[in-house]
Design a protein around this ligand. Sequence first.
Ligand SMILES: [Fe+2]
Ligand SMILES: [Fe+2]
Length: 487
Amino acid sequence: MNEIIGKFAREGILIEDNAYFRLKEMDDPATASSEIIVKIKKNGGGKFTLLTSEMLDDLFELTEEIDNPAEIKARGPINVPREREFDFRVITDTSKRSYTSGEIGDMISYFNSRFSCLRDLLKRRPELKSHVPIADLRGGDDAVSIIGIINEIRTTKNNHRMLELEDDTGEITVVVHNENHKLFEKSEKLVRDEVIGVQGAKKGRFVVASEIFHPGVPRIQEKEMDFSVAFISDVHIGSQTFLEDAFTKFVKWINGDFGTEDQMNIAADIKYLVVAGDIVDGIGIYPGQEKELIIRDINEQYEEAARLFGEIRDDIKIVMIPGNHDASRIAEPQPAIPEEYAKPLYSLKNVEFLSNPSMVSLDGIKTLIYHGRSFDDMAMSVNGLSHERSDLIMEELLEKRHLAPIYGERTPLASEIEDHLVIDDVPHILHTGHVHINAYKKYKGIHLINSGTFQSQTEFQKIYNIVPTCGQVPVLNRGVMKLLEFN
Ligand SMILES: [Fe+2]
Ligand SMILES: [Fe+2]
């Protein structure tokens, strides 16, 4: 089958002869086809759509609207002070910590670290002040409280939930009765390896739970911002599906060369650009990936990244962490993108390279940056959580005070002496990526932001029916969320 027709057919879109001939005559039919597919999907089309020549006109009108040279103004951003004062601080970055060998002894200290940090947070709750070590539990006690790590979650044939809870003294089975509807519902969001508090009654070998507690987050005092921050992730430079045009438009906008007056005013106010991983597509990330690459060398991918990011005006500080496609080690916490692979990128003076996760202070705004690999595990383990609603996953992770609670599934976690994925400090902003779908929510005063992608739908995403949000950039404009489109 012809390549263009095949591309549309795989999406369930039939292409009319006239539309096909017009597409074939274009400068870059492959990119144009990908963009059209994304637009059709975005407009709710897909299976059994017939792409006509008229539709092509409509779709290109949308593109031309953005390309319209009347909107592209002369370079020279308005109101941008030439010399900017940055109050930028790194709060946590695991890149330079020494790493362990992954021995079993490290596993014990890793889980001890997780348990003791989260127990300290749980202990602050009045209901858990008098918690007892599991080994000290006595039968027939009507009011006990314990803190432990969940080793296993089971559902009995009578549909009650059983939690195997462990602390540093012993193990106990906690029963959540299904008649206790509210608690049973709450227990559906529990995951293996998270640390919780339980209030209940000791009955024989079990503790029958009357309440379950997460470490939780308090409502935070929102801080005023007199500047703006743009958030991006999952650029996937080097992939055939990287949307270079959209990225270039984004760069033009941030430089003050493109957009409406309002949009240009926002651009002029941008002080920081945060990039939450998957800067490049990488090499050998999944079987058969090389067929989807346009740049098949990791150094060259970062060279291209340096060219593209190098276009950004240098009075914007760029904060960059790796994702699972970058050349960092795969186990989290991932150290910063290594300089040996990304020399040209390191030569840009306005880029800060940090670990995944890391926490920074952007002029006093505490920003926790995490790529989001654990969202795969959360979406698979918890009913009601999905890639589309990563804001709900972020909310859960904040309550659990851990960025990747489930150990040993799809998210490789390094068993360090310390567990660096515990959220010990509550941020003003939590910025993530990985799922390629934008999400935003303000939760207890915290901005939860997922920044989508600059990559059109991949073969892998087609299989799982994941429809990405491409070229849509969330901007925190003096504390107000705005989504800018660069398609
Ligand atoms: Fe990605
Ligand atoms: Fe990713």
